[in-house]
Design a protein around this ligand. Structure first.
Ligand code: 13P
Length: 250
């Protein structure tokens, strides 16, 4: 099963519209000849529309950092999947650990968001991963299993095949301390095993699993050399167009 590498940049709460536009103008040029990867940028909501217009005719796709599950109504501040789709969003990050940590995201809300995204034809990038304490307590596999099985509950095989999973150990996010390629590969193998249990081997081997957590240009090649690592979700290093393009080109 060939899985096309996917490199996504999660900008988090960074960049004004002006900064975002200068960035994507640069990035477009750096990566215009790259066709063997899927490239995604996930700007904050305010810059989505402008970035979307700027990359419309490029090989870069647009992603959002969150979505709300309701279709419309009195949900102050929330943004629906239909609204994202309308402005050209193709991917949406769901269940990022920062959302879990600071905004009360749970596996239950992740599940609702994933379903809403899929119903609107968006590709969810679902984030899972253990904290430092959970790893020290040897709870990593339990946490991953719970996040995967509860966050992705009640999906059909056809729906499941349309999503992307990002393994992001919380202790590696923004710390400069990435998981070693071996640690990441071990977690990815475990995730694939769980998917095979939930569905079958074919589904397990079709799903792309990204690694996220302090990914930098100097480590990406080693990570991507692992059989079960299909791409990266990049935070800090995606904020600079040159660094991000070096990661894309690994
Ligand atoms: P860093 O690359 O800054 O560690 O962030 C990773 C991340 O959270 C991507 O979603």
């Amino acid at each position: 099963m060939t899985r096309k590498p996917l490199i996504a940049g999660n900008w988090k709460m960074n960049k004004t519209i002006g900064e975002a536009i200068s960035y994507v103008k640069e990035l477009r040029e750096f990566v215009e000849d790259i066709h063997n990867r899927e490239i995604v940028v996930c700007p904050p909501f305010t810059a989505l529309s402008a970035v979307g217009a700027e990359i419309k005719t490029s090989n870069i796709a647009l992603g959002a950092q969150d979505v709300y599950w309701e279709k419309k109504g009195s949900f102050t501040s929330a943004v629906s999947a239909e609204m994202l789709k309308e402005i050209g969003v193709k991917y949406v990050i769901i269940g990022h650990s920062e959302r879990r940590q600071f905004f009360d995201e749970t596996n239950e809300t992740v599940n609702k968001k994933v379903k809403a995204a899929l119903e609107n034809g968006l590709t969810p990038i679902v984030c899972i991963g253990e904290s430092e304490e959970e790893r020290e307590d040897e709870e990593t596999e339990n946490v991953i299993e719970e996040q995967l099985k509860n966050g992705l509950m009640d999906l059909t095989k056809e729906q499941f095949l349309r999503l992307v999973i990002a393994y992001e150990p919380v202790w590696a996010i923004g710390t400069g301390k990435n998981a070693t390629p071996e640690e990441a590969e071990e977690a990815h193998i475990f995730i694939r095993k769980l998917i095979a249990e939930m569905f079958d081997e074919e589904t397990a081997s079709s799903i792309r699993i990204l690694y996220g957590g302090s990914v930098k240009p100097d480590i990406i090649k080693e990570l991507m050399a692992k059989e079960n690592i299909d791409g990266a979700l990049v935070g800090g290093a995606s904020l600079d167009a040159r660094q991000f393009s070096d990661i894309i080109k690994f």
